[in-house]
Write a protein that binds this ligand. Structure first.
Ligand SMILES: NC(=O)C1=CN([C@@H]2O[C@H](COP(=O)(O)OP(=O)(O)OC[C@H]3O[C@@H](n4cnc5c(N)ncnc54)[C@H](O)[C@@H]3O)[C@@H](O)[C@H]2O)[C@@H](O)CC1
Ligand SMILES: [K+]
Length: 485
């Protein structure tokens, strides 16, 4: 079962793996033709009603696979307004192949009848798929009514036009016109809304590599763009809690959170290091805590600071001194917001009872310290991490040559990054990045995307600096790494 937004991500990841959409469209069209063959014998008449997006493109391909049928292709709209190059190329290919095709610009001109005047045997509904928004407009609306009025067997491509694939409801509201399909051929995986329909649903494998789902890729960045109308604070406020024995760690986390898109980043650190942290950048807002270590006497102050922020990044440079664990325990017990937990704060997580949603970012050693297990075999390791995430009730991002991101329901792997990133501080960059992302998307996705973009930033830094890569090279490379290309 795959929701529409995840499908779009997987599709883009497939392209990055060398399987571009035109190739997928060829497989989709072939699958549609197979479905036609399953319901009608050669010689039957088939009307393919195509919209101007890639849903229509699938049927334009199908027409080429149906040479033993009497096919007629109806394009709703002028060919020059077809929205994608790949659909337009397939329209042009039909012309050269002399496959009967016509354009319909006025919905009243749509004539689905076979040459003998009878209804066609099969109608392929390829007007709209996952790209639909709102109720059907013209000419699709009238065309849907004409399709529903026909006696033909109606095969919908991907999803019946006018239906939301995620919910199964008409996109234009309960009484809106939508295609009433007998069969649906949907691609790659079942869609959540299709089971509720009164139609036989077939899932066609269109050759999307399993790796496009299993590994993070550029598609995972889709939909994370800033809303152009957003105001200060809408894109996330992050509190980094750390420092004491170390100054650089909380600073790296905070700078990474800013570069990953957070609007405001505050650092709560012992006053002994406050000036040093502030000295790194005027972009940081520093909240000094009395003393030279964060301890349990600060739990109430940190809790009130946390309440002003969307996400807390807990742990960078905190150390494991007297009172630090007590602080983490006390803070997490009372906290019910979102936090990224890293470094010395991690070992407290298994023993604490908290309502907070945590994203824990251990490396293998820290995972074992937390009570988790690891394995040499990547699949086995992924499953162990998933089980441990389920036990904890939190998201885990286990860092390694291949990062494992897991919650109770699923696992994602990330293979960006390079051995140069084993230098100190890259984990702090990751924690801050995930913190910023957690302010704008769900925790699992924040962890997966964070691992992906920090690895990408590290790869760019390694290109520039080779083995001389240092953690401060990474934050400035995050904006480029977060571009969806
Ligand atoms: N992995 C994938 O995602 C794949 C998708 N494919 C096909 O591509 C389809 C998605 O293609 P597109 O993203 O081009 O989207 P669609 O073809 O579903 O829609 C295209 C356009 O229709 C217009 N439109 C939107 N709402 C409308 C409405 N209410 N009334 C009239 N017109 C409306 C919009 O301008 C939109 O861009 C899938 O459903 C599937 O059939 C396949 O080709 C291959 C793989
Ligand atoms: K459709």
């Amino acid at each position: 079962m795959i929701p529409t937004d995840r499908m779009a991500a997987v599709d883009a990841n497939a392209a990055a793996l060398g399987v571009p959409r035109k190739q997928l469209m060829e497989s989709s069209g072939n699958a549609v033709a197979r479905e036609v063959r399953a319901v009608a014998d050669p010689g039957a008449t088939v009307a393919l009603v195509c919209g101007r997006g890639n849903n229509g493109g699938d049927a334009l391909v199908a027409a080429r696979f149906l040479t033993e049928y009497a096919v007629r292709v109806h394009l709703l709209g002028r060919p020059e307004t077809v929205r994608t190059d790949i659909a337009r190329e397939n329209w042009a290919a039909l012309g050269k192949a002399e496959i009967p095709r016509e354009t319909v610009t006025d919905s009243r001109d749509l004539d689905l009848a076979a040459p003998d005047g009878d209804d066609p045997d099969v109608i392929v509904d390829a007007m709209l798929g996952s790209g639909i928004s709102g109720g059907l407009r013209e000419p699709e609306r009238t065309a849907a009514a004409a399709i529903n009025a026909s006696d033909a067997t109606v095969i919908a491509v991907d999803v019946p036009s006018g239906i939301d694939a995620d919910t199964g409801d008409p996109t234009g509201g309960p009484d809106a016109v939508a295609v009433d399909a007998d069969r649906v051929v949907t691609f790659h995986d079942e869609k959540p809304g299709l089971a509720a329909l009164d139609a036989a649903v077939a899932v066609a494998d269109i050759g999307i590599p399993a790796a496009a789902e299993r590994y993070t890729g550029p598609g995972d960045l889709l939909g994370l763009d800033r809303d152009p109308d957003s105001h200060k604070g809408d894109n996330g406020e992050v509190l980094v809690v750390g420092g004491g024995p170390y100054t650089g760690a909380p600073t790296l986390s905070a700078l990474a959170a800013l570069r990953a898109g957070a609007d405001l980043v505050r650092v709560a650190c012992p006053e002994s290091v406050a000036d040093a942290v502030q000295g790194f950048s005027p972009n940081l807002i520093v909240r000094p805590l009395p003393g030279d270590r964060v301890g349990s006497s600060h739990a109430a102050r940190v809790a009130s600071l946390a309440a002003e922020n969307d996400v807390v990044v807990l742990g960078p440079g905190l150390g494991d001194g007297d009172g630090t664990r007590e602080f983490v325990r006390e803070f997490l017990t009372a906290y019910d917001g979102q936090a990224v937990v890293d470094a010395d704060a991690l070992r407290v997580v298994p023993e604490v009872d908290t309502d907070a949603d945590l994203i824990c970012t251990p490396h293998q050693g820290e995972l074992v310290d937390m009570g988790g297990e690891t394995a040499a075999d990547p699949d086995e390791r992924a499953e162990l991490v998933r089980e441990f995430a389920a036990d904890l009730g939190h998201v885990l991002l286990v860092k390694g040559a291949v990062d494992v991101i897991a919650d109770a329901d699923g696992v994602r792997l990330n293979r960006t990054g390079n051995p140069g990133m084993t230098v100190g501080g890259t984990g702090d960059v990751l924690a801050g990045t995930v913190g910023a992302l957690a302010a704008v998307t769900d925790p699992f996705r924040a962890a997966a995307v964070g691992a992906y973009v920090v690895g990408r930033a590290g790869d760019a830094a390694a290109d520039a600096n080779g083995a001389g890569l240092v953690a401060t090279d990474l934050p400035d490379r995050l904006p480029e790494a977060m571009r969806n290309e």
